[in-house]
Design a protein. Structure first.
Ligand code: SAM
Ligand code: SF4
Length: 337
């Protein structure tokens, strides 16, 4: 067995994780960084993280499902797809006042951003007046606003921008190559097209994906290469760990190796140094130690509250205890990004 000393590059040697970032990124250059020794990879990611952010601050968002279930898309992971017999009851679009009441509670809980998600392929134009009223109302509370409503037309993006929408979430979820294994009712290109409309309308982009759907490491890395290669990298990059939903196509998916997940967080930080990297779905199943390593690797945003759309989230007590024990505090409005 080769001794550890001979097989591990010493600090400062040509460990790929320590060499300068090549741009534009390719799957090959990103893979080389990803495969570096774990400590080298995290050392580089943390160094880059510190150069752009306070490593002891975390941005808190709250995600509310403003319209649940009955979605015509067949996303294999989703509890809200009408194609997945998950037993979720469909609901109609929430009233504006109900949404604003939830936003007030989120603000009181320390959130600086309020995200409103709808189980739609795309919003209908007839819903835009209600949606823009929600954006205006949440903004008036002094919160950043985010929506995730499915695919948008240019005029829908412009309408939301005119109402003051700050962010639009639209995840590409995986690589272009693997996308058809997960969703067949739309194309990877359709997601990129909506991101283009969002960017053209002047709304900040929130775009990331999911690990644990049966994809290969190269698919996870290629997803980051796609994001880092956009004309402008997303301001917010959510990294989800699959929550296997009973009744969904991915109910029996194998769990993600925690170190492989943390490597992707570190790679996202290295490839998109100025973006907020959000530790998103799946945190309820992550150990405190895994989350702490993700923060060290450059994750600096989480969703608070005990539900994420329709799934479990750690909840405020566990989150505040974890952040307190780590000596981390919440970002305040307008602090970064
Ligand atoms: N219907 C909108 C759309 O598809 O763009 C809203 C999406 S909403 C934010 C759901 C997002 O959360 C998906 O884009 C996916 O990345 C993530 N997600 C959904 N179900 C998940 C699950 N079971 N496990 C992990 N992530 C999930
Ligand atoms: Fe519909 Fe969005 Fe769920 Fe896909 S992720 S099924 S588009 S709600």
């Amino acid at each position: 067995m080769t001794s550890v000393a001979s097989s591990t590059p010493v600090l400062g040697s040509a460990s790929p994780a320590l060499s300068p970032s090549p741009t534009p990124w390719t799957l090959a250059t990103a893979r080389e960084v990803y495969d570096a020794p774990f400590n080298d990879l995290l050392f580089r990611a943390h160094t880059i993280h510190r150069a752009h952010f306070d490593p002891n601050r975390v941005q808190l968002s709250k995600l509310l499902n403003i319209k649940s279930g009955g979605c015509p898309e067949d996303c294999g992971y989703c509890s809200q797809s009408a194609h997945n017999p998950t037993g979720l009851k469909a609901s109609k679009l929430m009233e504006v006042d109900e949404v604003l009441a939830q936003a007030r509670t989120a603000k009181a809980g320390g959130a600086t951003r309020f995200c409103m998600g709808a189980a739609w392929r795309s919003p209908k134009d007839r819903d835009l007046a209600t949606l823009t009223a929600m954006v205006e109302g949440v903004k008036a509370l002094g919160l950043e606003t985010c929506m995730t409503l499915g695919m948008l037309s240019p005029s829908q993006a412009e309408g939301l921008a005119a109402a003051g929408l700050d962010y639009y979430n639209h995840n590409i979820d995986t690589s272009d190559r693997f996308y058809g294994e997960i969703v067949t009712t739309r194309r990877f290109a359709d997601r990129l097209e909506t991101l283009g409309h969002v960017r053209a309308a002047g709304i900040k982009v929130c775009c990331g994906g999911i690990l644990g759907m049966g994809e290969a490491a190269d698919d996870r890395i290629d997803m980051l290469v796609t994001l880092a290669s956009l004309d402008e990298a997303p301001e917010s990059v959510p990294i989800n760990m699959l929550i296997p939903i009973p009744g969904s196509k991915l109910a029996e998916a194998a769990p993600v190796d925690p170190f492989a997940f943390i490597r992707i967080v570190a790679l996202a930080r290295i490839m998109m140094p100025k973006s907020h990297v959000r530790l998103t779905a799946g945190r309820a199943a992550m150990s405190d130690e895994m989350q702490a390593l993700c923060f060290f690797a450059g994750a600096n945003s989480i969703f608070i509250g005990d539900t994420l759309l329709t799934a479990a989230n750690p909840g405020d007590d566990r989150d505040s205890s974890l952040l307190h024990r780590l000596g981390m505090t919440a970002e305040v409005m307008g602090e970064a990004g």
